[in-house]
Structure formats: structure tokens, C-alpha cells
Design a protein around this ligand. Sequence first.
Ligand code: IDP
Ligand code: MG
Length: 134
Amino acid sequence: MEQRTYVMIKPDGVARGLVGRIVGRIEDVGLAVERMELTSLTREQAAANYAEHEGKPFYEDLVGYVTSGPVVKMVVAGEEAVGIVRKLMGATDPRDAAPGTIRGDFGLSLDANIVHGSDSPASAEREIAIFFGA
Ligand code: IDP
Ligand code: MG
């Protein structure tokens, strides 16, 4: 099924100069970047994006981290885009992420894990609205 997903290169990915390689991996598997912008997130946007984690011990650090520097936000489209981007990203903890995945190859820690991708088509719709409007 043709889908859209929200992808964000987190501050560590931008700071380390990984934008081109990450976009390349997305394009290599035939997905299309429909929107892309280098920007800084407001606290409100970060809190809305991670609302499911509110109250967890890492929540404040996570919101602080993703608002600590510029990110690259994207809308990525294509056949099964949501699941394929999650596969490209690899496991949440870079220590568990397989080699060949973005987090497996570049991630340094659980909070600095390079990239965000929506976890379902419903999350994608919600997140695209938060970051790009309706
Ligand atoms: P995901 O990014 O793979 O979807 P989530 O469970 O949705 O993973 O968590 C969102 C983000 O919060 C993760 O990418 C990671 O940066 C951070 N995170 C998740 N679990 C922990 C934790 O236990 N400690 C610190 N940070 C965490
Ligand atoms: Mg998630």
C-alpha cells in the first residue's frame, strides 16, 4: 500500500553530518522525499510528537534533546513507507540495532540514536500534521 511517513534526523545526525547518507538510504530503496526542511523544533512540537512517552523517566531528556539543535524533518512516501523506514532505522537502542541499519551503523546511544520514524500509518498522519500542518 502507498503510504506516507514522518522521518526526522535528530540533532546528533545533523551535527555529525549524516543527512546526505540517511537521505541516500531512504532513496536507495525507492522511497521518495516529498517534503524536507532543516529546522529547530519548538518544545510544543517535541512534546506533541512524543506525547505517548509523557511521564516516563526519559521523557524530559528526550524533549530537551530533540530541541537542542537543528533537525531535518521530512515526509517520505512510497509503497509500505512506514514499515520500510522502520526497517532502515533499526532497533531503538543502537547497541541492539543490526549492522546495515541507520542506528546500527551510526547510533551512539539510546537518546542519541540519529533518526525518528513514525511507528504506524496513524502515527504518521498525526506527526505530519504536527510538523507540516494539515
Ligand atoms: P523509536 O524511536 O524506536 O520509535 P520509542 O520507544 O518511541 O522508540 O522512543 C522514542 C525515543 O525515546 C527513542 O528513539 C529514544 O531516543 C528515546 N528512548 C526510548 N527509550 C528510552 C530509554 O529507556 N531511555 C532513554 N531514551 C529512550
Ligand atoms: Mg516511537
